[in-house]
Design a protein. Structure first.
Ligand SMILES: [Zn+2]
Length: 147
């Protein structure tokens, strides 16, 4: 079971991800559960970085935020809202961006974009994934032309 997150009942979910900090901690734990490896130089020692739950390589000083390389990287809305949107999309795949927009009180376009990202992720991996897996080099082009 890779991502049991969306098997939570709504109330459990609510309690687990009530603050942005909860979400960041969760993403950091998911991302580095097999240990930290610097994306730039491959070093495995780190200290804490600039932002909460980020990690900084002690060799090249590359700072990786908790959201980098996750589906919520550069997300326009608050993380708690993004988590709620993902939860809604996973539990109700047919939910419209209008409904999401009303629920979260966010612009419809913002919801539409994030929903699209989540739906594409589910289609690609067969399930929701927080962490963006690196595509095997070489297969990237084939996927593009297959659309
Ligand atoms: Zn490094």
């Amino acid at each position: 079971m890779k991502n049991a997150l969306f098997h939570f009942k709504p109330l459990e979910f609510e309690n687990m991800f009530s603050t942005d900090e909860d979400c960041l901690r969760f993403l950091a734990e998911e991302k580095w559960k097999d240990g930290y490896v610097c994306k730039k130089c491959g070093h495995t020692n780190f200290c804490s970085g600039k932002t909460p739950f980020s990690r900084r390589c002690t060799r090249c000083k590359h700072d990786e935020s908790a959201t980098a390389h996750t589906i919520f990287h550069r997300c326009k809305i608050q993380l708690t809202e993004a988590f709620h949107l993902a939860y809604a999309v996973c539990s109700t795949p047919k939910i419209s961006s209008w409904e999401l927009s009303r629920k979260l009180e966010k612009r419809q376009m913002t919801c539409w974009k994030l929903k699209k990202k989540i739906t594409e992720c589910i289609e690609k991996h067969g399930e929701f994934q927080f962490i963006e897996l690196p595509l095997n080099s070489g297969t990237e082009k084939q996927i593009e032309s297959g659309v």
